[in-house]
Design a binder for this molecule. Structure first.
Ligand SMILES: [Zn+2]
Length: 82
């Protein structure tokens, strides 16, 4: 993997920091570049934002049940498609 490209798994790991604006600028840029071409990650980010809008904050427990696992499984399926 190149130094500038974020994987979907990394994006999922960084998502809450991104939404709460804790990422340094370089990481934010990589994150946003990934969102430009990765629709599943945009969906995931929307889920996190909706969760924060509802709960006012974000913890692992607040994430929709199983959403992370479902998403990562979806990524695996998606990558199989040529
Ligand atoms: Zn992605």
């Amino acid at each position: 993997m190149s130094a500038t490209e974020l994987s979907c798994r990394e994006l999922v790991e960084l998502a809450s920091d991104y939404v709460e604006r804790r990422l340094p600028l370089a990481e934010r840029t990589r994150f946003e570049m990934h969102l430009c071409y990765c629709a599943p990650c945009r969906v995931y980010l929307d889920q996190i934002r909706a969760t924060i809008a509802t709960a006012g904050r974000l913890t692992e427990d607040d994430l929709p049940a199983g959403s992370r696992e479902t998403l990562l499984a979806a990524f695996r399926e998606w990558k199989k498609t040529p």
